[in-house]
Design a protein around this ligand. Structure first.
Ligand code: NAD
Length: 361
């Protein structure tokens, strides 16, 4: 029996979370769900976007399954997703990008894993607003110390990258590669331009790579070149390890390589706990329409089962998902060759088909 925190999220979150919970239970794992609200619904009910009870529940249970949560752009609304990752120090974001037969995509047989640093970089939230006195002070100080000019009408975001967090994420990536019988880790960076941040990340990666010499191959790639290489020759890569911002961008690119956000799962992992969630967001336009593809959320559940060492259930559930997708009958609109195909099914019905298939595996 596992105690697991369930954060349904908002937008399409409720529908895809419910589908995932039903499939995970049908895979034969005994779970006591501790359901807690975060995001828009929590704000309406409790006046807080991220009530303390959410982080308390995850700290107690150590594992959570989380639906997507909306972050309106350009308002004071803080990202609940970033707050959860930072509040619990879930420093590693792991996003597999794997081809499933039956999913429309440019390439076949892709099996990449993106390991993104989750705790620092430009996502640290250290920002200086244009025109504010503290921004003017910072601009003046930088000019004094470096003789570099920043235009006075600038906003500034700070990009901290530490040796500690860089070594920690690269070691995690190598350890992951070793445990999952992977061959190669590629460190992605822009150290040629940002010598003191990306340079430190790369230097740390080279040092950690030495600990795994002879077991896992180590490669380096500059991020702009990497985007082109991935679009042209994705099969050349295995595990990628990246600072936060590049990791965010490259993981969506890789999701696109294997057929889009509807099939891209993810995990945020720390030393003590982990939160599993789809790469996609809350897709508000599909809210309550029973239209969203539940696959990414169900595959996030598969990652969660593996983390819980429920490997038999994880293998069965992944197999059921891949068979239903390969058959192409009981799948959501986005998995049909023609998205307007009237035979596409809803979120709940695709989950039903996966549960039916589990009975035969
Ligand atoms: P999104 O992923 O929500 O949606 C982009 C498009 O992708 C949708 O319009 C839809 O066409 C498609 N899509 C996404 N998920 C799908 C699914 N399961 N089935 C079928 N189609 C799907 O990205 P967005 O529109 O940029 O973001 C919407 C909100 O979600 C924003 O507030 C954003 O901040 C938030 N968000 C949250 C998370 C998270 O909770 N971890 C992640 C990303 C975005």
């Amino acid at each position: 029996m596992h105690n697991i925190t369930l954060i349904p999220g908002d937008g399409i979150g409720y529908e895809v979370s419910l589908a995932a919970v039903r499939c995970i239970e049908a895979a034969g794992v005994n779970i006591q769900w501790d359901k807690v609200l975060a995001g828009q619904d929590a704000l309406e009910k409790t006046g807080e976007l991220l009530p303390k009870s959410v982080l308390d529940s995850i700290r107690k249970n150590k594992v959570a399954l989380k639906g997507p949560i909306t972050t309106p752009i350009g308002t004071g609304f803080r990202s609940v997703n970033v707050a959860i990752r930072q509040g619990l120090d879930l420093f590693a974001c792991v996003r597999p990008a794997k081809s499933y037969s039956g999913v429309k995509s440019r390439f076949k047989d892709i099996d990449l894993v993106i390991v993104r640093e989750n705790s620092e970089d430009l996502y640290s939230g250290i920002e200086f607003e244009e025109g504010k006195p503290e921004t003017q002070n910072l601009i003046a100080q930088i000019q004094k110390d470096t003789h570099k000019i920043i235009r006075p009408d600038s906003g500034i975001s700070i990009k901290p990258i530490s040796k500690f967090a860089s070594e920690r994420i690269v070691r995690f990536a190598f350890q992951y590669a070793l445990e999952n019988k992977r061959k190669k880790v590629t460190c992605v960076h822009k150290a040629n331009i940002m010598k003191f941040t990306d340079g430190l990340f790369l230097h740390s990666a080279r040092q950690v790579a030495g600990e795994f010499a002879g077991k896992i191959i180590f490669e380096e790639a500059i991020v702009d070149n990497m985007t082109m290489q991935l679009v042209q020759k994705p099969h050349n890569y295995d595990v990628l390890v990246l600072p936060n911002l590049y990791g965010d961008i490259i993981s969506d690119l890789c999701a696109g390589l294997v057929g889009g956000l509807g099939v891209a799962p993810g995990a945020n992992i720390g030393t003590q706990m982990a939160v599993f969630e789809a790469v996609h967001g809350s897709a508000p336009k599909y809210k309550g329409k029973n239209k969203a593809n539940p696959t990414a959320m169900i595959l996030s559940g598969v990652l969660m089962l593996r983390y819980l060492k429920e490997n038999t259930a994880a293998d069965r559930l992944e197999k059921a998902v891949s068979q239903v997708i390969a058959e192409g009958k009981s799948v959501t609109y986005d998995l049909k060759p023609d998205p307007l195909d009237p035979s596409s099914v809803g979120t709940a019905q695709m989950a039903d088909a996966i549960i039916d298939r589990l009975k035969k595996i």
